[in-house]
Ligand binder design. Sequence first.
Ligand code: SAM
Length: 312
Amino acid sequence: MEFSHLPVMAKEAVRYLGLRPGGVYVDGTAGGGGHLLEILKAEREAAVIGIDRDADALKAAAKAIEAEGCKDRVTLVKGNFRDIKQTLERLGVKEVDGILLDIGVSSFQFDAPERGFSFRFDSRLDMRMDQTQGQSAYDLVNGLDKQELARIFKIYGEERFAEKIAGAIVRVRETKPVETTGELAEVAAGAVPKRFHEKGQHPATRIFQALRIAVNDELEGLKQGLSGGYASLKSGGRLVVISFHSLEDRIVKENFRYLALDCVCPPRFPACVCGKKAGARILTPRPVTAADDEIRANPRARSAKLRAMEKL
Ligand SMILES: C[S@@+](CC[C@H](N)C(=O)[O-])C[C@H]1O[C@@H](n2cnc3c(N)ncnc32)[C@H](O)[C@@H]1O
């Protein structure tokens, strides 16, 4: 299958990275190499370390980089960006000039039936970005108890019928496992009262998102990636994050805010006792969103939010 994924807010990402000649940048979510190539084209004297946990994505990125003749300026690594600091240390790189994270799944993963991310195809539940490790969606759906399933649907999917859907799954499991994306979508649709089915959105959409986040431990990974990323930046280096839903954006916003604070003492304290000094400057007081023409060309860009900061 060809890798098809349009990089979201590519111009904005490159601009906020503030590329410099001779700079070393990390693309922590290399995917098919869309953003990575934009960085290399925008600054002919920059080098990029591309990380992705998906082996197929890395293969696609390598092919795209080769086709552009940029191979000598790129190092590709299979890994999780939550371990960015250790990955860079292994490569002998102490500090970098900028890091880009374009989080979530790629269209390539979502559109590949065998990856089991989407109910648009009926395939075995999987949803692992790294297919060599961890529990799949099948394991969670058939192994977790009702309370835990409901908690995942509620917290990661903000699904109001979380308990009902979890209950329906557990009932089906009494006779046979829920094996495919189609079966799970059907169970969810049956558990949500008809009058609450939203126009234009399948009733299983939110629980699929929730499972994907749980399977890939996305929110914890993001928190660790942000702190490892900050620690790996030079002074003056930049961290740019593109996220696609409010749970992720909140984590990024709060992380940047904390880093930019000079003191975290309660306001009732007459003087600072914490001694915390600001370690970053926020470059995007409000999240940057995609322009209308980009959204028309790539509807995936609609929910994207870009935030950037600079290490002091
Ligand atoms: C939205 S796509 C990135 C697309 C890429 N920017 C491009 O333009 O082609 C997200 C990619 O990040 C990868 N990914 C998501 N979370 C990751 C993590 N914690 N560590 C490494 N890769 C991750 C996914 O496997 C996927 O290939």
